[in-house]
Design a protein around this ligand. Structure first.
Ligand code: GLU
Length: 445
């Protein structure tokens, strides 16, 4: 069986770390199984879905490297959904209901007050044709519910193990709203069947939907796919992330300067039995992927941990893999420069500030001009390399008696204008004699 999975966002906003966790789990599983990854836009909500969000989602996935093999958009397939809906009506699986949301809410409250489960009472099913006509004459438009047969639905979940849901614990799901628009439930199942999706992998907030959808698959005469429901993200202190998800959009993370591979490595390993660690590629992540590693407890998302992982990835990156990205931000100072500064970077864009310090002009900070003038005099004349700093500073130490911080800090402030940064042993040869001399004399260079 060749694996086909799908990631099915609604283009009613940009995708965030929560959605991307679903996308990446699907993508890694497809990769691992030599299968196909489908991007499906669940855009049946015509009012809230926009082309701009659809394009944005594609941009975000492309940036993350999560390319797709199959693409579909539900708005192209309404004819197919109408055909199935009609068949279900004929079979009596889809029935008209006329309650307003208020009326439904009151029913629910009454049931709860009686200690009964708030399951829809199927009043719609009991209406005669005449009653329906008179409700429609009042101006009411029917919404349509799917009749769930009274049985137990069960499946062997890829993450959660054996699951069972009693149909009697569920309300007959509404498949079509009063305005004729589809909820995601029916189109999703029809697409999963038509595109031969073998594994439906999504967040555990969909477990109850899966119970109902299994009956929809059966009504279509199809074998349900395998299901896997992964844990959801919570904030660092266990709080719900939903309110903050806007700021945790992939677009936002990209614009903040994080690397795509750090985001994918992070999102794929939090909430698993693997340690959060940098991965060299998506392929390496895929090789490591196992459903059994996903934990049942929520996955904690702490942005500071993501930034720390991003830094760790940069500290280990070799020049060849980073050169093109450095060039894009005008900070390709060559391999020696990269090796000198990578350990000081949190985000790649921070490299630019160090490249500007190497290139100048830098406004030196000089507290003791005599000390710096003496140091300037002692600057070696021979060709500079990584030993220059050591040779030079021991001479300055001998000549001035300064040592430790009192020796190094004035030199750092003069040479870089800053009190922190990469090792001067590596920076000094990059800055070069001419600029170093000028800066020690207090000149901007
Ligand atoms: N559009 C649905 C959602 O984003 C898809 C759920 C599914 O994967 O079936 O929740």
């Amino acid at each position: 069986m060749s694996v086909i999975v799908r990631f099915a966002p609604s283009p009613t906003g940009r995708i965030h770390v929560g959605n991307v966790r679903t996308a990446i789990i699907n993508w890694l599983f497809a990769k691992r199984s030599n299968g196909k990854f489908m991007l499906r836009l669940d855009d049946t909500d015509r009012e809230r879905s926009t082309q701009e969000f659809a394009d944005g989602i594609k941009t975000d996935l492309a940036w993350l490297g999560l390319g797709h093999d199959i693409f579909a958009r539900q708005s192209d397939r309404f004819g197919r959904y109408d055909e199935v809906a009609e068949k279900f009506r004929e079979q009596g699986r889809l029935y008209a209901c006329y309650e307003t949301p208020d009326e439904l809410e009151r029913k629910r409250k009454r049931q709860l007050a009686r200690g009964a489960p708030p399951v829809y009472d199927r009043s719609g099913l009991k209406l005669s044709d005449e009653q329906k006509r008179s409700l429609e004459a009042e101006g009411r438009k029917p919404h349509w519910r799917f009749f769930l047969e009274d049985k137990t639905m069960s499946w062997d979940d890829l993450v959660r193990g054996k699951q069972t849901i009693e149909a009697s614990s569920l309300s007959d799901p509404i498949l079509i709203r009063g305005d004729g628009s589809y909820l995601y439930t029916l189109p999703s199942v029809i697409d999963d069947v038509d595109f031969a999706v073998t594994h439906v992998i999504r967040g555990e907030d969909h477990v109850a939907n899966t119970g109902a959808q299994i009956q929809v698959f059966e009504a279509l005469g199809a074998e349900p796919p395998k299901f896997g429901h992964h844990n959801l993200l919570v904030g660092a202190s266990g709080d719900r992330l939903s309110k903050r998800l806007g700021s945790l959009s992939i677009q936002g993370l990209r614009e903040s300067g994080l690397d795509a591979l750090s985001v994918t490595s992070f999102v794929a390993t939090i909430g698993t039995s693997d340690p959060v660690a940098p991965f060299a590629s998506l392929e390496a992540l895929a090789e490591n992927f196992e459903f059994s590693k996903l934990s049942r407890a929520p996955a904690r998302f702490d942005e500071r941990e993501l930034i720390a992982l991003n830094a760790k990835c940069l500290h280990e990156r070799d020049y060849v893999s980073v050169q093109a990205d450095l060039a894009k931000i005008d900070a390709d100072g060559g391999e020696a420069f990269w090796l000198a500064v990578r350990g000081n970077l949190e985000k790649l864009k921070d490299a630019l500030a160090w490249w500007q310090i190497v290139q100048g002009p830098v406004t030196p900070k000089i507290d003791d001009p005599d000390f710096c003038a003496k140091a300037a005099e002692l600057l070696p004349d021979v060709e500079w390399d990584e030993n220059t700093w050591g040779t030079w500073t021991s001479e300055v130490k001998q000549a001035t008696g300064a040592k430790g911080k009192a020796l190094f800090m004035p030199l750092r402030l003069a040479l870089t204008g800053l009190d922190h940064g990469p090792e001067l042993r590596a920076l000094l040869p990059l800055i070069g004699r001419v600029k170093a001399l000028a800066r020690l004399k207090g000149q901007s260079a």
